[in-house]
Design a binder for this molecule. Sequence first.
Ligand code: SF4
Length: 303
Amino acid sequence: MPDHYDRVNVKQKPDWLKIKLHSDKEFASVAQIVQQHKLHTICDSGKCPNKAECWSRKTATFMVLGDVCTRGCRFCATATGRPLPIDAGEPERVARSIALMELRHAVITSVTRDDLADGGAAHWARVIEAVRAQNPHTTIEVLIPDFGGDEERLNTVLAARPDITGHNIETVERLTPLVRSRASYRTSLGVLRHIALQGAVAKSGIMVGLGETRDEVLRALDDLREAGASIVTLGQYLRPTRTHVEVAEYVTPETFEFYRTEALVRGFAHVASGPMVRSSYLAEQALANIAGQSSVNIKNESR
Ligand code: SF4
C-alpha cells in the first residue's frame, strides 16, 4: 500500500461527505431538552456534521464545564477564552436530560479547564455520579481532556467508574504541535496508558485529512495499542471555519476501510473508521465488542 492518499480535490467536498439536514420530532425533542436544561453539546459547539442524524436518533453528546475552553486548538470550533465559574447544578441537569432522552448509552465530554485547580476533575466525578444515580441502566462514556497528564486528577474521574473513558490524540505525532494547543502527543498517550492501567476501558480518536501519511496513522495506531487503548475512532477532519487549519485531503472510504482493517489486526476490540465518524458517533456500538474483555457493565438490554 503506497504511503500517500488517493488525491481528492480539497476545494470540492466529495459525495461521501454530503450531510443530512432534516429535522424531525425527535430532533426537536432533543433540542428542547438541551435548551430547557441550559446545557451545552459538542454537537453544537463542535459544529458536528452528524447533528441531524444523531439528534433524530434521540442522542447527543453533552459538554460540561461550560462552553468556553481555555485552549485554542486549531481544529476545534469550541469558543476559546476565559470560562465562567463551575455551574454546580449542571450534574443534576445533565442526569435529568439523559433520563428524559432515555439514553441507553450516554456520552459526555467537556472543555479543557486549565484555569481550575483540579482541571475540573471533581466536577467530572459529580457529573458521572449524578448520571448513574438517575440512570442506573445507562452505560456512561466520558471523553476527557488531558488534565495536564496529572494522575491524581485522572484518578478522581476514574473513581466515579465511567464504563468507557476516552481521550483523543486527535492527530499523528508530527502534526500535533500544528493542530493542538498546549497538548502533547506523548502526554495524551500517558493519559490513555494510565486509564488502561487502572483497569478501565480506554478509547481514543484520530482525525485524518490534516496532511498525515498512512505510515504515520499506522504508527499512531501502534502507539495507542501500546498505551492500552482498546477502542479507536478515525474520521475525516472538516474545517469548521475559515480561521481553522485547512483540510489537506479528503480521505477516501477505501482508505478508511484500510485503517479499520489495520486497527483490527493490531488488536483493537472496536474500531469505527469512516469519513463521518466522530468520537461519539454511534458510540454505543462499541459496547458489545468490549463486553467480554473489560470492566464495562452492560445492563441496559431492556431499555
Ligand atoms: S457524532 Fe457526536 S458530536 Fe456529532 S452529532 Fe453525533 S453525538 Fe453529537
